[in-house]
Design a protein around this ligand. Structure first.
Ligand SMILES: [Zn+2]
Ligand SMILES: [Zn+2]
Length: 251
């Protein structure tokens, strides 16, 4: 399993980081998780053909996770790829109904199958040889964390969240936890994670998670990345990785 970070940033523009998006290559077929602004332009950089994407998982519907989804549909349509299945939390169906009112000419040309998920749901996306489980993240809108289990490995993608036991429980015995880390340690923030709040939570999960990859960095995190790694290393044995746009991880 190969995981490529297309975007590791947030809603604020910053050099070198576009908004959120991760592509997972499973049995040669790619699965896209989130599709924020800038993610579409990363496909050529990552050497991945956008027309190979026919399945997208959305953690939640904030712009920095969905802004390039309709442009992806349009790009695929222009190249003759018209089928897409989109899995997401409650509200995903409404998002497409709303888009359809404004851009009916796009959605008339493509066949989008929307599947709304809820916490606790387990499923296998059509055409894939993997299992996906969902848990509720703690964010300002309904947000799902996903555990993807395939023959050669398994990982959890937290989405945007405060550190919470539902996401950590989902990550027990996984090879990799991709967890958001929006702000530097000590920042007072709700709905997002800092190295200090994540460290406190991880103390109870030491030795249960293989590696932890931090992503979803606000510009405020710049210059505090190494400090985040050192802080977390005091609490867990896991390797701590800092995500970069176009970084690849193999499981
Ligand atoms: Zn969000
Ligand atoms: Zn976000």
């Amino acid at each position: 399993m190969e995981i490529t970070f297309l975007g590791t940033g947030v809603a604020i523009p910053q050099k070198g980081r576009v908004q959120s998006g991760v592509v997972v290559r499973l049995e040669e077929k790619p699965l896209l998780i989130d599709c924020g602004s800038g993610v579409l332009s990363r496909f050529p950089d990552a050497g991945i053909l956008h027309t190979n994407i026919d399945t997208v998982l959305l953690s939640h519907l904030h712009f920095d996770h969905v802004a390039d989804l309709i442009p992806l549909l349009k790009a695929n349509w222009l190249r003759g790829k018209t089928d897409m299945r989109v899995y997401g939390p409650e509200g995903t169906g409404d998002l497409f109904s709303t888009v359809n009112r404004a851009y009916a000419y796009i959605l008339e040309g493509v066949d989008v199958d929307v599947v709304e998920l809820s916490p606790g749901k387990e499923f296998t996306p059509e055409g894939f040889d993997c299992e996906i489980s969902c848990a509720a993240a703690v964010h300002s809108v309904p947000t799902l964390a996903y555990r993807v289990t395939a023959e050669d490995g398994e990982f959890v993608y937290s989405g945007d969240t405060e550190p919470c036991t539902d996401v950590m429980d989902l990550a027990i015995e996984t090879d990799l936890l991709i967890h958001e880390c929006s702000f530097p340690a000590g920042t007072k923030v709700t709905n997002h994670t800092t190295p200090s709040t994540l460290a406190e939570m991880l103390e109870d999960y030491n030795r249960e998670i293989g590696s932890i990859c931090l992503t979803h960095f606000y510009p405020e995190m710049k210059g505090h990345e190494r400090e985040a790694v050192h802080r977390l290393k005091n609490y867990v044995k896991a390797d701590i990785i800092l995500a970069e746009d176009l970084m690849r991880l193999e499981l």
